[in-house]
Write a protein that binds this ligand. Structure first.
Ligand SMILES: Nc1nc2c(c(=O)[nH]1)N[C@H]1C(S)=C(S)[C@@H](COP(=O)(O)OP(=O)(O)OC[C@H]3O[C@@H](n4cnc5c(=O)[nH]c(N)nc54)[C@H](O)[C@@H]3O)O[C@H]1N2
Ligand SMILES: Nc1nc2c(c(=O)[nH]1)N[C@H]1C(S)=C(S)[C@@H](COP(=O)(O)OP(=O)(O)OC[C@H]3O[C@@H](n4cnc5c(=O)[nH]c(N)nc54)[C@H](O)[C@@H]3O)O[C@H]1N2
Ligand code: SF4
Ligand SMILES: [Mo]
Length: 671
């Protein structure tokens, strides 16, 4: 009988915590996964999705062997082939395309399927070596990061563990119940101790029960609210002007510009009553150490970067950062990177200045509607663009082109994999060795392989090694194992990681998560060394309010995360899908009544891009004028075979070149 052991590992998904996990294993199979009680953040509390991770690893419908398309593109008919056949097929197609159209006709596509550093970034080295088309990876929170950095530079924001010292919580467009469950207990405890939590949301079904007050806001208008709050703070002498004059750039000019932004004006823009705005400003100023907990939802707009700039400036307006627990949480809390990602992604391998394709404009690149020659080959790994990227019908149209050669490296038959010419079987995190830089907390971890890959599944690293061999790429980089790559990273730590003690260093080599120091929030890592209210490096140095993209239809569509799934991950778990239920669109009772729609009706949401079927969910927990689609489904489970992203345009944010997936308009009718 093989010995049963408990091995430490780390959650690989796109979630701010990178939880520590305990895997019960005999070295061949993972029998059970639980939260690691000794992990500095997880403390044993993991989400329901990962609590039965072994069910995903052992799912009956997992892809275990390379597959080659048999029927028409998209028909979903495949036959098993060997790795050798699959790799040779890919090589032959790529060599042909490179000869005919150059390497820039080949587009790699990945996003957040796996967040560990080596597996996520290793494809960059391969495609840099090839000189392939470059993917601009801005599908998530790049506008939020750009907005925060415009004001704070690289200054780390609050680590959620610092929220224990806050005395007031402003939960601003963040569904903590779905996306930050390890931070939620601090809010619950704080409220029991008499601290107040206020929610600013477009859709509050998950979070309203955890807050004392919920303010429903018209999508894309949070910048107007932030400006009105700062108008009131200055007008009523509640801003910390000495702090701002000493430590920020541009306060006086900004203050002068605030007089337009009255509470009455903001009521008209945001839909939040002026009295509530005044009250919120006074409460925020009365708190000593208020914390803004900022999600990414309100950055996914044509004005998203500016919105985040304004909210970040607000976080400094009463001097809150000077007191423990005061400031803003939800951007990057760290003191920079811990390991050198360029050792993985190898920008030095690139010798051409190849074409760039923004991930949010994939449909245009695939169909050639961006005016460029259409992409001839797409290689997808760690992403499911048919489910998660804007303009779904455009992406499908591109993937149906007879002259496109599509390869998908996957664990399941996703909506994207169905359109592949060749599918390669991918591994789960426990079958890979890697390191993890949590993006929501100051922690760093290493997780060795727990079990060998089953069937003929291969990690991203091993897949690119094989591809490099047949493509004739001779660099040492492609000869190494993922364990050797990991060793190289640990042997060349960046300064913050180099400063750890010998015990932590030894623990990391065995597989562990270590705590890194919190950032010094008053040591502003900006060009000027100050908080940049005005930022002369931007096209719009002085912050102001402007409208999001919007559109001609009367309802504003927001796409929000589900607590039962994570983007399009976990769709292989029937118990989670049952709990999540049908594909719903939440509508305000007045908007539903105007259209004769009742709860549970079959409805069609439409705009100039598509018609998508939903089940109506009528609730006063969505802002009037907004419609909220929760979670990503499969086209097979969708009433009209299309998903919410079929209604999303490809437009980008103001700064950060980011997605504007919440910035679309629709109307709705009974089906
Ligand atoms: N369970 C679960 N966990 C997840 C994910 C998941 O899908 N499921 N996704 C993971 C990923 S990839 C990410 S990036 C993070 C995201 O984590 P969060 O940042 O918490 O989530 P967001 O997607 O930004 O959406 C948060 C909220 O923004 C609101 N919102 C949208 N527009 C506006 C607006 O204009 N104003 C205001 N005030 N609110 C608005 C939405 O209603 C939504 O409730 O979560 C990660 N964790
Ligand atoms: N409607 C709607 N659209 C959204 C969102 C939303 O909430 N609603 N969220 C947006 C956000 S914030 C994000 S970050 C993006 C995410 O968009 P994507 O990055 O496309 O993420 P997923 O859709 O979850 O697809 C990830 C895929 O990677 C695969 N995978 C996992 N691990 C590995 C691995 O090690 N190797 C390989 N080769 N594959 C692996 C998984 O099986 C899964 O199919 O979606 C965005 N789009
Ligand atoms: S998905 Fe998030 S909450 Fe769940 S285990 Fe992973 S890191 Fe933790
Ligand atoms: Mo994301």
């Amino acid at each position: 009988m093989p010995k049963m052991e408990i091995k430490k590992t780390i959650c690989p998904y796109d979630c701010p915590t990178s939880c520590g996990l305990l895997a019960e294993t005999d070295g061949q199979t993972v029998f059970h996964i639980d939260g690691d009680p000794d992990h500095p953040v997880t403390k044993g509390l993991i989400c329901r999705k990962m609590r039965r991770y072994e069910k995903s690893i052992q799912a009956a419908d997992r892809i275990m062997t390379p597959l080659k398309r048999q029927g028409a593109k998209g028909a979903g008919l495949f036959a098993p082939i060997s790795w050798e056949e699959a790799i040779n097929e890919i090589r032959d197609n790529w060599l042909r395309i490179i000869a005919e159209d150059g390497p820039q006709a080949i587009l790699p596509m990945y996003y957040s399927g796996v967040m560990s550093l080596i597996q996520r970034n290793c494809g960059d080295a391969f495609f840099n070596r090839m000189g392939a088309c470059r993917l601009v990876k801005t599908l998530c929170s790049s506008a939020k990061q750009a907005g925060y950095e415009a004001v704070m530079g690289k200054t780390g924001c609050l680590d959620p563990r610092e929220l224990k010292d806050s005395d007031y919580y402003l939960i601003w467009g963040c569904n903590m119940k779905a996306t930050r469950i390890q931070a939620l207990p601090e809010i619950i405890k704080g409220r029991q101790a008499g601290k107040k939590a206020v929610l600013i949301e477009t859709w509050s079904e998950d979070m309203a029960p955890h807050c004392d007050e919920s303010l429903l806001i018209k999508p894309g208008t949070d910048g107007a609210l932030a400006l009105a709050l700062m108008h009131i703070l200055t007008k009523e002498g509640l801003a910390d002007e000495p702090f701002l004059l000493k430590h920020s750039l541009g306060f006086a000019e900004f203050k002068d510009s605030l007089h337009h932004y009255t509470a009455a004006w903001a009521e008209g823009v945001t839909g939040i009553p002026a009295a509530s705005i005044v009250n919120l400003a006074r409460e925020y100023a009365a708190a000593q150490a208020p914390a803004i907990i900022l999600g990414s939802g309100n950055s996914r707009y044509g004005n998203g970067g500016m919105t985040v700039r304004l909210i970040t400036i607000l976080s400094a307006f009463t001097g809150a950062w000077q007191r423990p627990g005061g400031g803003l949480c939800g951007c990057n809390p760290g003191n920079g990177q811990y390991v050198d990602i360029q050792r993985i992604s190898r920008p030095d391998f690139r010798t051409n200045s190849s074409r760039r394709v923004n991930i949010n404009q994939l449909a245009s690149a695939l169909t050639g509607s961006d005016g460029q020659p259409p992409v001839k080959s797409l290689f997808v790994y760690g992403g499911n663009p048919v489910g998660s990227v804007s303009n779904q019908t455009g992406i499908i149209k591109g993937l149906l082109r007879p002259d496109i050669f599509t390869v998908v490296h996957e664990r399941f038959m996703t909506d994207t994999a169905r359109y592949a010419d060749v599918i390669l079987p991918a591994t789960f995190s426990v079958e890979q060795a890697d390191c993890y830089n949590s993006y929501g907390y100051c922690t760093f971890g290493v997780a060795p392989k727990v079990i060998p890959p089953p069937g003929s599944c291969k990690s991203n690293w091993d897949t690119f090694r094989l591809l490099a061999k047949v493509m004739g790429y001779q660099e040492d980089y492609f000869q190494r194992t993922e364990e050797e790559m990991l060793e190289e990273l640990l042997a060349h730590p960046l300064p913050a990681l180099a400063a750890i003690d010998d015990n932590d260093r030894a623990a990391l080599r065995q597989g562990a998560v270590i705590d890194m120091p919190f950032a010094d929030h008053l040591n502003w890592q900006t060009k000027s060394g100050k908080i940049q209210i005005i930022n002369e490096d931007l096209a719009k140095p002085l912050p102001y309010y402007f409208e999001s993209h919007g559109g001609p239809y009367p309802l504003r569509l927001v796409a929000v995360p589900s607590s039962h799934t994570l983007n399009s991950i976990f769709l292989e778990r029937p118990e989670l899908l049952r709990q999540r239920g049908l594909m719903t669109l939440a509508l305000h009772p007045e908007d539903a009544a105007d259209r004769g729609i009742s709860d549970c009706d079959s409805i069609t949401a439409f705009n100039d891009l598509a018609e998508v079927g939903f089940i109506a969910r009528v609730t006063d927990k969505v802002a009037k004028g907004a419609a909220a689609a929760v979670g990503i489904y499969t086209t097979a489970a969708s009433p009209r075979g299309l998903l919410v992203n079929a209604l999303h345009h490809e437009r980008l944010s103001d700064i950060g070149e980011a997605t504007t997936l919440n910035d679309n308009t629709i109307d709705v009718k009974i089906t």
